[in-house]
Design a protein around this ligand. Structure first.
Ligand SMILES: Cc1cc2nc3c(=O)[nH]c(=O)nc-3n(C[C@H](O)[C@H](O)[C@H](O)COP(=O)(O)OP(=O)(O)OC[C@H]3O[C@@H](n4cnc5c(N)ncnc54)[C@H](O)[C@@H]3O)c2cc1C
Length: 404
């Protein structure tokens, strides 16, 4: 694929590829089987600067934008989406802070996130609030100069290895969707603890956990933007984070193809390499073309976003203003439709590619000693998290209908 990557992007591709091959590949099957995350890997990610890719240099980041983040996620997902997930989940937790935090809040949290000293996470989903994220039961009540949070979150990625959680809670139940607010809750805050770790189909090395808030008191200065703006925070976070899920899906599809083609070339049946059968070649052609098409959408979207995102962030730092306000000065355009399209298309492609690669490899494709079945299991979640594909299609349809 021919894209205009700048020098920084090329460096990110090289370092992520090297990291994935040298550090992740030898560990992937062990930790997938063990369903555990090796915490010592966090420092290794941090050493390469992965946690600060999209953050401005002012906070210790690389200013690589959404494109840089997508490239790192894609390269690592080519090898292992599960082990590399903390990079994506910390970015997901950092994006609402980037978009909606004040300069004082940015200074408080972003340098620690950028250098990997602290991992960010995103806590929206609840047992009764999934696709309908506005049905928040977690409540935050103002008490003097603090808020007291009570409730349960579930399915939090990197749940028990993170430090800075962006937590959504209802501050005004009577207002429904307009009564939700976003807070930062730090690990170690009294009344906050992590709970059950889920057993999963894929991305098994990443801990997906419950979070409990019991009279958890946070300073009012941990509120992002203003009370009642949580819906905007979560919607715009997804606008900027879904390309990352799409990039992860692209990486998974490419990884499955990368494992499958050499096997098909080496596997002989009927006296010839199975890759020489036209039926097999056509399948590979279809899977590669679909992956490239999805990739083109993801990276053209990321590049379009970065045109505003990177300079607006610089302005926000310079003027000590909120990034979202600086973005609005440039354009009132929202990325919702294209972000949803990218995630929908890339995730469906990833699962189709990975499951067809299992078939292409025959019996060995089904065996856990061979990595292709893992790509299929890991692909599935990209169709579910950060909004299921039904929800992506609802969002795309709503925009199309509005536009016509
Ligand atoms: C491994 C994993 C990690 C996750 N990590 C995080 C995380 O870090 N932070 C976080 O906050 N959440 C996380 N999630 C939660 C995830 O975002 C939700 O699971 C997802 O949004 C779907 O919600 P649900 O599971 O409650 O499904 P439900 O909302 O109960 O959906 C059930 C079915 O109904 C469909 N459906 C629902 N509403 C509609 C509609 N209006 N139109 C059409 N179909 C509809 C859905 O598409 C689905 O098929 C994670 C989930 C998983 C599996």
């Amino acid at each position: 694929m021919i894209f205009e990557y700048n020098e920084l992007h090329k460096e990110i591709i090289d370092s992520s590829r090297k990291f994935a091959q040298e550090k992740l590949k030898p560990l992937r099957s062990f930790y997938d089987e063990k369903e555990e995350f090796p915490r010592e890997l966090l420092q290794e990610f941090a050493n390469v600067g992965f946690f600060g890719i999209a953050l401005p240099e002012k906070y210790g980041g690389l200013s690589g934008g959404i494109t840089g983040l997508c490239l790192a996620i894609e390269e690592m997902a080519k090898v292992d989406a599960g082990l590399s997930l903390p990079v994506a989940t910390s970015a997901l937790g950092a994006i609402p802070i980037m978009l909606y935090a004040s300069e004082e809040q940015r200074e408080r949290w972003l340098p620690d996130i950028a250098c990997g000293r602290k991992l960010a996470a995103f806590a929206l989903s609840e047992p009764e609030a999934g696709s309908d994220a506005t049905a928040q039961k977690t409540a935050a009540v103002k008490d003097g100069d603090s808020y007291v949070i009570n409730g349960v979150k579930h399915f939090c990625s990197s749940g028990d290895i993170s430090d800075i959680y962006v937590v959504f809670a209802s501050t005004d139940p009577a207002k429904g969707a307009r009564g939700i607010s976003a807070f930062v809750v730090e690990k170690g805050t009294e009344g906050f603890k992590t709970g059950k770790k889920e057993k999963k189909l894929g991305i098994k090395a990443n801990p997906t956990t419950e979070l409990y808030f019991e009279n958890c008191r946070v300073p009012a200065s941990n509120l992002l933007f203003s009370q009642g703006f949580g819906l905007f925070v979560l919607q715009e976070t997804f606008d900027y984070s879904r390309p990352g899920v799409a990039a992860q899906a692209i990486g998974i599809a490419e990884g499955a193809i990368n494992e499958t083609v050499p096997y098909l070339k080496s596997r002989k049946q009927f006296g010839q390499s199975v890759s020489s059968f036209q039926a097999i070649g056509h399948e590979l052609a279809e899977l590669s073309a679909k992956t490239e098409a999805a990739k083109a959408l993801v990276y053209s979207l990321a590049a379009a976003m970065d045109k505003d995102f990177i300079p607006a962030f610089e302005k926000a730092c310079e003027n000590k203003t909120v990034l979202r306000d600086e973005l609005k000065k440039i354009s009132r355009k929202r990325w919702t439709k294209h972000s949803a399209m990218a995630k929908y298309l890339a995730s469906e492609t990833a699962f189709e590619v990975a499951q067809r690669c299992v078939n292409l490899c025959g019996g060995i494709g089904y065996m856990r000693d061979f990595p292709v079945e893992k790509f299929m299991r890991d692909a599935k979640v990209t169709e579910i998290y950060e909004g299921t594909n039904h929800i992506q299609k609802n969002e795309i349809a709503a925009q199309i209908i509005k536009e016509h």
